[in-house]
Design a protein. Structure first.
Length: 155
């Protein structure tokens, strides 16, 4: 487990990798103020036959993160809202260049907002949380563990 703490804009920014979602290839929890985001990254062992890099990013902003429980006629949270889809697309476009050229293994990134205060937006923290286990600066990045031929350093 790695933990990075910094003071940013008068608040504490904490990035922890490997603490939660231990069955995933990589995970990160980012906390800024009272907002906390979890990102879990999974990678398939085999290369995909598709002619493109299959990357799936799913961003979930649950109602319980803000302290609200759905009630009345709608008891469940349905399909992702338009802002959730746009945030997932922004994260997808931002983390795609972090993977090496020719990397064809299927990658899934799931981002959950665990708690949300009404001051800090969770989308920027979600981007930081999604890129932390993928970046080459981490001790054992996702691309290094699952695609040794593209990575010069070993885990």
């Amino acid at each position: 487990m790695q933990r990075i703490e910094r003071t940013f804009a008068g608040r504490r920014l904490v990035i922890e990798t490997g603490r939660m979602a231990k069955q995933a290839a990589g995970s990160a929890v980012v906390q800024f103020g009272e907002t906390m985001v979890l990102a879990a990254v999974t990678v398939s062992d085999t290369e995909s036959p598709l002619p493109f890099f299959p990357l799936l990013v799913e961003y979930k902003d649950k109602a319980y993160a803000a302290g609200k429980i759905p009630g009345g006629f709608i008891k469940r949270e349905g399909r992702p809202s338009d802002p959730e889809i746009l945030k997932a697309r922004i994260i997808d476009r931002s983390i795609r260049p972090l993977f090496p050229e020719g990397f064809k293994n299927e990658v899934q990134v799931f981002i959950y907002v665990i708690s949300a205060d009404q001051e800090n937006d969770a989308d920027v923290m979600a981007l930081v949380a999604a890129s932390s286990p993928i970046s080459k600066g981490s001790a054992c990045s996702v691309t290094c563990c699952f695609c040794q031929r593209f990575c010069t350093s070993r885990c």
